[in-house]
Design a protein around this ligand. Structure first.
Ligand code: ADP
Length: 498
C-alpha cells in the first residue's frame, strides 16, 4: 500500500487494509449499526482505513462491559496494575516506530515528531503513571466529637477509592498521547474506561487497545468506541453508567459535555482551548526568544492547546524580534510528514485548513500585515504556511480566538502593567511563557498571569510530574502529577467507634 510517494511497511499496510473493529469487553466488534467511517491521510487526502461508526448502542455495550470489569478490577492489587502499565509501556516502546508512522499517516505530523515527541511522551507518561498505582493513600485523623461513650474511642481515616467507570473523549492533535493521558490514570487508579477517540484520528487508539489486550489487561477494563462526537461522544457524556468524564478538546464542546454530565453528577475534568501568550521582555535574548516562540506556535502545525499564538514583545525590540521570527518561519519545510525533511506537516483535515485560512483572511480584513506565510502548501494535502501577522488590534479575531493552526500574531507592550493587562485579556488561561533574565520582572509577572502553566525561557515545558490544566475557560481540573489521586478517586471518610 502506498500513499503519495511513500511506501508503508507491509505489516502496517496489512493492519490498515483489514476491516478495523472497535474494542469492547475484550472483543473486536463491528458497530451495532454495521456502519463505517472513512479515515483519511491529510497529506494527500487519500483514504487510509475504515473504522466502525459507533453510536449510542455501542457506547451502551462498552459501558456495560466496563461496569462488569470494574467489579473485580477495582479490587485488583495495585502492583498488578502498575506492572500491567509498565508492560504496556514496554510493548509500546517495542513497536514505537510502527505507532509513530500510524500517527503521522492519520494526523499528518512529521514522523520525527511522532516518534520523538508523541511516542516518547506517551511511553514516559505510562511509566510515570504506573508508579502512582501503588502510591494512592488515605489519611488518618483524630476527631474531637463529644458524644463518645465512656471507655470508647474513635478510629477515623480516609480511603481513596476508584471513581468508577471513566468516559474519555479526546481530540485529534495528539491522538495516542491524549489516549494515554486518560487511559493510564484511569487504569492505575483501579477505574475502567470507555475511550472515544476523535473521528479524524481513531487509529492509534485502536492499536493501543490491541496492545493492552496482549499485555494482559482484563476484558472490559479498556474499551474503545470509534464514532462521531455529536453521536457516540454525546452518548458517552450523558450515560448514567459513567462516573467521570475526562475530556480534552474545544471549549465549545467542553461546555456541552459538562452540561450533559451534570445531569448525572458525573465528575468531569475538562482540558479545553487556549490562546497562550508568549511575552518577550526588553532584556530577552531575541534570537533565542524568536526560536522559542517559533517552536511554541509552529510545533504540531500549531494544533496544540498550549500553542503560543499571541506574542507580546517590548516595543523597543519589536522589529528586530519579528525579523528573527520570520527567519525561523521561513526555515521550516512544509512537506508530508513521511518525508524526511518535513518540519511542518499538513493540518489534520480539509475543515481545519479552511478554518485556519479563514482566520488569516480575517486578519487581512482587520488591518493585519502578513509578515510571512498566509498561503497553503504542497498540492493535495491540507497544508497552511507558517504565518506571522503584525499590526492587529487586541480585539481582532486572531488575537482573541483560538485558531489551532500555524498562525501567530505579534503585538507590542510598553510596561509590565500593560503586558499583564494584554496577556490576561482573553477568555482562556491555559499557559503562558516569559522570555527574560530579569528576575525581578519575571517574579512580579508570574503571580499576575492567569494561566495554569507559566514557563520561563521556554514554552511547552510539560512533564508528567507537573500538574497541567487551565484557568478560566481553558478548563476544569488538572491532569498529570498527583491529579490521578484527586480526579480518578473518590475520598471516603471512615469513622469507627471502638
Ligand atoms: P476540535 O475542535 O479539536 O475538533 P472538538 O472539541 O470538536 O475538538 O472534539 C474533541 C472531541 O470531542 C472529539 O473526540 C469529538 O468527536 C468530540 N465531540 C465533538 N462534539 C461532541 C459532543 N457534542 N459531545 C461529545 N463529544 C463531542
Amino acid at each position: 500500500m502506498t500513499t503519495a510517494s511513500f511506501a508503508i511497511p507491509s505489516t502496517l499496510a496489512r493492519w490498515l487494509d483489514q476491516r478495523r473493529q472497535m474494542f469492547i469487553g475484550g472483543h473486536m466488534v463491528d458497530a451495532a449499526g454495521g456502519e463505517q467511517l472513512d479515515v483519511f491521510n491529510p497529506a494527500d487526502a487519500s483514504q487510509l482505513a475504515r473504522v466502525p461508526l459507533g453510536n449510542a448502542d455501542d457506547i451502551d455495550l462498552a459501558v456495560t462491559a466496563a461496569r462488569t470489569a470494574f467489579k473485580t478490577w477495582r479490587h485488583s492489587r495495585p502492583n498488578r496494575r502498575e506492572k500491567l502499565l509498565l508492560d504496556l509501556a514496554d510493548a509500546l516502546e517495542a513497536r514505537a516506530d510502527e505507532f509513530a508512522l500510524l500517527e503521522t499517516l492519520d494526523n499528518g505530523k512529521p514522523l520525527t515528531f511522532s516518534r520523538h515527541m508523541d511516542l516518547a511522551l506517551a511511553i514516559d507518561f505510562l511509566r510515570y503513571t504506573a508508579g502512582w498505582a501503588t502510591k494512592i493513600e488515605g489519611r488518618s485523623m483524630t476527631p474531637s466529637m463529644p458524644a463518645v461513650p465512656d471507655g470508647h474511642r474513635l478510629v477515623a481515616y480516609t480511603r481513596r477509592e476508584p471513581v468508577g467507570v471513566v468516559g474519555a473523549i479526546i481530540p485529534w492533535n495528539f491522538p495516542l498521547l491524549m489516549a494515554v493521558w486518560k487511559v493510564a490514570p484511569a487504569l492505575a487508579a483501579g477505574c475502567c474506561i470507555v475511550l472515544k477517540p476523535a473521528e479524524d484520528t481513531p487509529l492509534s487508539a485502536l492499536m493501543l487497545a490491541e496492545l493492552a489486550d496482549q499485555v494482559g489487561f482484563p476484558p472490559g477494563t479498556l474499551n474503545v468506541v470509534t464514532g462521531l462526537g455529536h453521536d457516540a461522544g454525546a452518548a458517552l457524556a450523558a450515560h448514567p453508567g459513567i462516573n467521570k468524564i475526562a475530556f480534552t478538546g474545544s471549549t465549545q464542546v467542553g461546555k456541552l459535555i459538562a452540561k450533559a454530565a451534570v445531569e448525572n453528577m458525573t465528575r468531569t475534568t475538562l482540558e479545553l482551548g487556549g490562546k497562550s501568550p508568549v511575552m518577550v521582555l526588553r532584556d530577552a535574548n531575541l534570537e533565542a526568544a524568536a526560536a522559542g516562540a517559533a517552536q511554541a506556535i509552529f510545533f504540531n502545525q500549531g494544533q496544540v492547546c498550549t500553542a503560543g499564538s499571541r506574542i507580546y514583545v517590548h516595543e523597543d525590540v519589536h522589529d528586530r524580534f519579528v525579523e528573527h521570527l520570520v527567519k525561523q518561519a521561513k526555515a521550516l519545510t512544509l512537506a508530508p510528514g513521511t518525508e524526511a525533511d518535513s518540519t511542518l506537516g499538513p493540518l489534520v483535515s480539509a475543515k481545519q485548513q479552511r478554518r485556519v485560512l479563514a482566520y488569516i483572511d480575517s486578519a487581512r480584513q482587520q488591518g493585519g500585515v502578513i509578515a510571512t506565510g498566509g498561503g497553503t502548501g504542497p498540492d493535495g494535502g491540507y497544508f497552511v504556511e507558517p504565518t506571522v501577522i503584525t499590526g492587529l488590534a487586541q480585539e481582532s479575531r486572531c488575537v482573541q480566538e483560538e485558531i489551532f493552526g500555524p498562525v501567530v500574531v505579534v503585538q507590542t507592550f510598553r510596561d509590565l502593567d500593560e503586558l499583564v493587562a494584554l496577556a490576561n485579556d482573553s477568555p482562556y488561561g491555559l499557559a503562558a511563557s516569559l522570555w527574560s533574565n530579569d528576575l525581578t520582572a519575571v517574579n512580579r509577572l508570574i503571580p499576575e498571569i492567569e494561566a495554569g502553566s507559566v514557563w520561563v525561557n521556554g514554552h511547552n515545558l510539560l512533564d508528567p510530574c507537573m500538574p497541567f490544566g487551565g484557568f478560566k475557560q481553558s478548563g476544569i481540573g488538572r491532569e498529570m502529577g498527583d491529579s490521578l489521586v484527586t480526579h480518578y478517586t473518590e475520598e471516603k471518610s471512615v469513622v469507627m467507634l471502638v
